[in-house]
Structure formats: structure tokens, C-alpha cells
Design a protein around this ligand. Structure first.
Ligand SMILES: *[C@@H]1O[C@H](CO)[C@@H](O)[C@H](O)[C@H]1NC(C)=O
Ligand SMILES: *[C@@H]1O[C@H](CO)[C@@H](O)[C@H](O)[C@H]1NC(C)=O
Ligand SMILES: *[C@@H]1O[C@H](CO)[C@@H](O)[C@H](O)[C@H]1NC(C)=O
Ligand SMILES: *[C@@H]1O[C@H](CO)[C@@H](O)[C@H](O)[C@H]1NC(C)=O
Length: 357
């Protein structure tokens, strides 16, 4: 780990394609912050793409990490006092969502809609899985690197491992899941095919004939609105939530895995570079070749959030805030800023919403 400076840098070509809204988030970072933080954050706008971290950036990332880990520990001990009001996943369940890269002593809980395809693409390159890159199946890396429960237990107990989880502002993550997994019919989506009929059945009480529901190629023809999607998610039993929108706290065992790094989607590049550096992976990839594919990243995430969430009645948004309350608290995301824009001038509504966090 500490030999990274001494070993000559072997540069591999590396292309990491971000999902469309991830790119939108990055674009947004240069304009205005989508969220305010419970923990004061000093991270400035996304630094330009280049190799490694400057000493300044490194100390900023370290300071931000120290705060995030301290917050996580604080919230976990608070949770302990409360007697675990929300069910936490078991180590076995967390293992199913984890990738362990033994070569670099790095473990991560794979969170969809929060940079997981970027990370998997990076791993496919580092581990020379050109077969998966060619077929566009880098997500299969997660199957290859999945630890057994007992392996994960050893990783969790080890002081030689970097264990990281990726957090994303929950309202952005949910909207991104809707837009990418349900609304966008330009790519096949298992989630759209499976959930769209269930959502419409639940919200409209209608069961459509298959030929009305789907185009001949299987894409969804009768599209649930964001309001309908949100209602379905808020009213579903948490066990049946799809990993793309299930709260991170219900997937990653934030209080049973001793995470050492919390990556925020909003500072993804410097945070990931920090991990590349600390793990020695930096030797084998050229981080300057991280390419942010912004082909769909137009439009401001904040406007998207406001216009789409404004279609939800307050009682529904309150259910969602309750569902994601641990993700807000454990990762230090404060929705007040965005809620004020969704329900302007409604202090009563705002106070009621904030009371569930
Ligand atoms: C990786 O972890 C193992 C313990 O599981 C340790 O023996 C080894 O030194 C670690 N390697 C690095 C590069 O830290
Ligand atoms: C978490 O890791 C730190 C540093 O390795 C260690 O001091 C602490 O005891 C660990 N906690 C748990 C619950 O494993
Ligand atoms: C499926 O067909 C619809 C309607 O023709 C089209 O808009 C959509 O892009 C197609 N999707 C895929 C994945 O080919
Ligand atoms: C979500 O926001 C986008 C961009 O402003 C807009 O095109 C779309 O109609 C919105 N959806 C809803 C349900 O308001």
C-alpha cells in the first residue's frame, strides 16, 4: 500500500462511463449544490480530470472522510440506543451486495444508481477482464468478486482493508432510478418490464393486456408517472424494494461493516482517486483517463428534482423521507434546502416533513 510512489506507473487505458444522471450531477456541481449537508463540507466544485490528487485535494478528502466516518459511528451508536427501529441487513445479506478485490485489499458495497457501473468498469480494466468490457457486461464483475459470508467477516475484522460504500442524496437517487430504470425505454430494463405493470395495478387498479402494456420489443408503452412510481415505492414492503431504489442502509449494513471510506456521489472523482491511491490501485490505472460520458447529462438536476417532486403530495413525500431517513442521517444529507423549493412558503409542511428525519 505504501509503496505506490516507488513502483513505476503502468498505465492502462481506462474508460469509465458514468450513468446519465451521474453526469448531470457532475455538471451541476460546477453551478450550485443540489443539497446542503448536516456535516459542514469543505469540498469545492469537482476538480478537473487529471491524474491523482494534489496535496490540497488529498487533505480535503481526508478531512471530509474523517467527518463522514465520525458521523456514521455517531449515528450507529444512536441507533443502538434507539434499539434498531429499522431492520438492518444481516452479514449474509450484505455479503450478497459486496465486492472484494483481494489483489488490492479493497471491499465495497455495490450501490446501484451511485457510481457502481463506473467502479465496475474500472475494476474490469484493472483486473484485465476485457471480455466483459467488450460485451458491455462489466456489472458481472460483482458476481465474480462476491465474498462468502465468512470471507466478508474476515474482511470486516481486518485492519488491512479499505471498506467503502457509496452514498448519494436519496431524492436524487430515487428520481435517477425512475428515469433510468423505468422511464427511459431506449434500453432494455428488467425493472421497467417487471415493475411498470405492478405500479399501474397498484395505483390505477388496472391490469392492462400485455400487447397494450408493452411495445413488441418489450419496452413499456403505458408509462407510470413519477408520482405513481413514488407511491408504489413508498407503500411497498421494504424487503421487496429493488436494489436500484432500496435505501443504502437496508443493503450495506452500515453498522455491522466497519466502513473506512464513505464515497459521496457528489464528490465521486476525488473520493475514488483517494481509494485508488490508498489501495495502490493507482499504480495499475491512469485516473486521468477517467472519462465522464455526459451525453445525457444535460439539464440541471436541481430543476429536475424540484419539478418532479413537486408532483408529490406532502404525505407521500413524508413517507419517502421516512423510508430514506437513515440514508439522510447516516450520510449527512439534509433535504431542507430542496424541500423549501418544492413547497415554497409552506413552513408548516416543511416542519412536518423534517420531523421524520
Ligand atoms: C492485505 O490483507 C492481508 C490480510 O488479509 C495482509 O496480510 C496483506 O498484507 C494486505 N496487503 C496489503 C497490500 O495491505
Ligand atoms: C473497526 O476498525 C477499526 C480500525 O481497524 C478498529 O479499531 C475497530 O475495532 C473496528 N471495529 C469493529 C466493530 O470491527
Ligand atoms: C422499443 O420500441 C419503442 C417503440 O418503437 C422504441 O421507442 C424503443 O426505443 C425501443 N426500445 C428498445 C430497447 O429497442
Ligand atoms: C421531471 O422533470 C423533467 C425536466 O424538468 C420534465 O421534463 C418532466 O416532465 C418532469 N416530470 C414530472 C413528472 O414532472
Amino acid at each position: 500500500m505504501k509503496f505506490s510512489e516507488m513502483i513505476p506507473i503502468r498505465k492502462l487505458l481506462l474508460t469509465v462511463v458514468f450513468s446519465c444522471l451521474a453526469a448531470a450531477l457532475l455538471v451541476l456541481q460546477s453551478t450550485s449544490p443540489p443539497v446542503t449537508y448536516l456535516v459542514p463540507e469543505e469540498l469545492p466544485t469537482q476538480p478537473p480530470l487529471r491524474t491523482g490528487l494534489s496535496p490540497d485535494e488529498l487533505s480535503q478528502v481526508k478531512a471530509a472522510q474523517a467527518k463522514r466516518i465520525a458521523l456514521l459511528e455517531r449515528e450507529c451508536s444512536r441507533e443502538h440506543e434507539r434499539g434498531f427501529s429499522i431492520r438492518h441487513p444481516t452479514m449474509e445479506e450484505v455479503a450478497k451486495r459486496t465486492s472484494v478485490v483481494e489483489k488490492y485489499n479493497v471491499s465495497n458495497c455495490v450501490v446501484y444508481k451511485a457510481g457502481s457501473s463506473a467502479w465496475n468498469g474500472l475494476l474490469a480494466h484493472v483486473l484485465s477482464r476485457n471480455d466483459l468490457i467488450k460485451t458491455g457486461e462489466v456489472y458481472k464483475i460483482a458476481d465474480i468478486l462476491r465474498p462468502s459470508k465468512s470471507r466478508l467477516q474476515k474482511v470486516v475484522a481486518s485492519k488491512d482493508y479499505i471498506r467503502f460504500v457509496v452514498a448519494r442524496e436519496p431524492l436524487s437517487r430515487l428520481l435517477s432510478a425512475y428515469r433510468d430504470r423505468i422511464l427511459d425505454i431506449s434500453h432494455p430494463s428488467w425493472q421497467a418490464h417487471h415493475f411498470a405493470p405492478l405500479i399501474l395495478q397498484y395505483t390505477r387498479g388496472n391490469t392492462y393486456r400485455s400487447e397494450d402494456m408493452f411495445f413488441p420489443n418489450g419496452s413499456v408503452r403505458i408509462m407510470p408517472t413519477f408520482l405513481e412510481f413514488a407511491r408504489y415505492v413508498a407503500d411497498s414492503p421494504t424487503v421487496s424494494l429493488d436494489p436500484h431504489w432500496k435505501p443504502v442502509s437496508l443493503q450495506c449494513g452500515l453498522c455491522i461493516v466497519n466502513y473506512t471510506v464513505v464515497v459521496h456521489m457528489e464528490s465521486f472523482l476525488p473520493d475514488i482517486r483517494y481509494i485508488l491511491r490508498e489501495s495502490g490501485m493507482e499504480r495499475d490505472v491512469d485516473a486521468s483517463l477517467l472519462v465522464v460520458n455526459a451525453h445525457k447529462g444535460k439539464g440541471k438536476t436541481e430543476d429536475l428534482l424540484i419539478s418532479n417532486y413537486s408532483t408529490l403530495p406532502p404525505e407521500l413525500l413524508k413517507k419517502l423521507l421516512r423510508l430514506y431517513s437513515q440514508d439522510f442521517r447516516f450520510f449527512g444529507y439534509d433535504p431542507r434546502y430542496i424541500l423549501e423549493k418544492i413547497y415554497p412558503g409552506r413552513k408548516d409542511v416543511l416542519d412536518s416533513l423534517m420531523s421524520v428525519l
